[in-house]
Design a protein around this ligand. Structure first.
Ligand SMILES: Nc1ncnc2c1ncn2[C@@H]1O[C@H](COP(=O)(O)OP(=O)(O)OP(=O)(O)O)[C@@H](O)[C@H]1O
Ligand SMILES: [Mg+2]
Length: 422
């Protein structure tokens, strides 16, 4: 049996209502009434519909309340039960819910069993009891495993917290986030969701920030593999293998390896003798990792040119995305975040004075400026004024040196030409 599962659309309403209504007596009843289901559908709560031969054959709908979702109903055309459609619908629904920031999914089903007569005698009305199934999709039965790997769910607002960087955000959203969040829709167009990407660019431009933001955006747990910590276990190659074996047991995960040049430098390079075996191990582990669904490996590096070319080839890494210093528009967004409590700060002048500054440099400048305002306040100057002024920022900017030099910028441009895959 072949089916396609798509997001619920308004014109599905009649057929979904019919499905729910006509299956209610067939052991597919729910603790949610038909009216509640219709209410959820019309208020655009998450729902998916399975179609076969142009005809709706099943639907699953949920209602979301904060970080918890309740599955309201899974309705399937009677003759088609027992063919895996229910779990396919549930899986698709779950994907939508995870993407919407849901952490716990509950499914309440009517239970056949009768309540004890004693309760009845005590004046209780008999109500159908419930069997209560619950799952934390990010942790599932693998919660302990996630903790062992040092992984965790991040707050769900990190993507929005990345200021400016619209070009990079747009690219990552289109290439990475959407195909992973909507694999069915992507597959219909022949788009394969990425399984591994590398972010490259000068220090402090936001590579780590982006990796965390992607995990947050997808609602997937974030596991960072730290080569230095893995190396503590003695044999780095074996530790990597063990870590990937643990990762394979997670239902969905974003794995982050920062400073990947530490373990995937060009083999035979004089800089890192003895890392040959580790690089080979990582090369061997990536194909297995790529076979899983709902997983993404994100590597970050300041030095893409020193990476082993075999490591980066297509088939291992889907995209090699440059993350550069913020342009004027992005700097304006970042400065506006820092100066949000003082609308009189002349952000335009800060933007002009901070060419080549990375977000990390800007953060440092903001801290220096705030410190100046704090010290002025303590020494009794400028009564009533709170926070750094335009002059504080400009003074801090004059003292600070951008991390990225003209030479580094030229190297980065050359790296983009040679290595970027977007
Ligand atoms: N778009 C942004 N908006 C606001 N702050 C940002 C942004 N990008 C990065 N930052 C801040 O700048 C600092 C450096 O960012 P991050 O650690 O992500 O850079 P990185 O590229 O990973 O650096 P490195 O190459 O040194 O590892 C962090 O404190 C982060 O919070
Ligand atoms: Mg980093």
């Amino acid at each position: 049996m072949n089916w396609l599962i798509h997001d619920y659309r308004e014109d599905d309403l009649a057929s979904v209502v019919h499905l729910i209504d006509s299956t209610a007596e067939l052991g597919q009843e729910s603790v949610f009434s038909l009216a509640e289901c219709i209410g959820a559908l019309t208020s655009r709560q998450p729902a998916v519909v399975a179609i076969s031969g142009g005809v709706p054959i099943g639907a699953a709908l949920a209602t979301v309340s904060g970080t918890r979702a309740w599955v309201m109903r899974i309705a399937i055309v009677p003759g088609l039960r027992g063919q895996g459609l229910a779990s396919a619908l549930l899986k698709e629904l779950e994907r939508r819910l995870v993407g919407a920031g849901v952490r716990t999914i509950a499914y309440v089903l009517p239970e056949e069993e009768l309540l004890g007569e004693g309760l009845h005698n005590a004046g209780y009305d008999r109500r159908p009891a419930v069997a209560y199934f619950e799952k934390s999709p990010a942790r599932g039965t693998t919660r302990g495993r996630l903790e062992e790997l040092g992984g965790r769910l991040l707050d769900n607002d990190l993507w929005a917290a990345v200021a400016g960087m619209e070009q990079e955000k747009h690219l990552i959203e289109a290439r990475v986030v959407r195909p992973l969040a909507e694999p069915e829709r992507a597959a219909r167009h022949g788009v394969l969701p990425p399984r591994a990407i590398t972010l490259f660019g000068p220090p402090g431009t936001g590579k780590t920030t982006f990796a965390r933001a992607i995990a947050s955006r997808l609602g997937w747990p974030f596991v960072e593999l730290l080569p230095s910590r893995l190396a503590d276990e003695g044999n780095l190659a074996a530790a990597l293998r063990a870590a990937f074996a643990g990762i394979a047991e997670l239902e969905r995960v974003l794995v982050f390896i920062d400073e990947v040049e530490e373990i995937a430098a060009e083999r035979g390079s004089a800089e890192r003798p003895g890392m040959h075996g580790v690089t080979n191990e990582l090369l061997k582990l990536i194909p297995g990792f790529r076979e899983g669904e709902e997983r993404l490996l994100v590597c970050a590096t300041n030095s893409i040119r020193s990476l082993d070319p075999a490591f980066l080839r297509p088939g291992r890494f889907d995209y090699l995305l440059p993350i550069g210093t913020p342009d004027a528009v992005a700097r304006e967004a970042i400065w506006s975040r820092f100066t949000v409590t003082r609308t009189d700060v002349d952000v335009r002048r800060l933007v002009e004075a901070s060419e080549l500054f990375t977000p990390a440099d800007m953060e440092h400048v903001a801290r220096t400026a705030a410190q100046a305002a704090f010290e002025r306040d303590r020494s009794g100057g400028e009564n009533g004024s709170v926070g750094a002024t335009t002059e504080d920022y400009l003074a801090a900017l004059a003292l600070a040196k951008p991390t990225v030099t003209q030479g580094m910028l030229e190297d980065f441009r050359a790296d983009i030409t040679r290595h970027a895959r977007i």
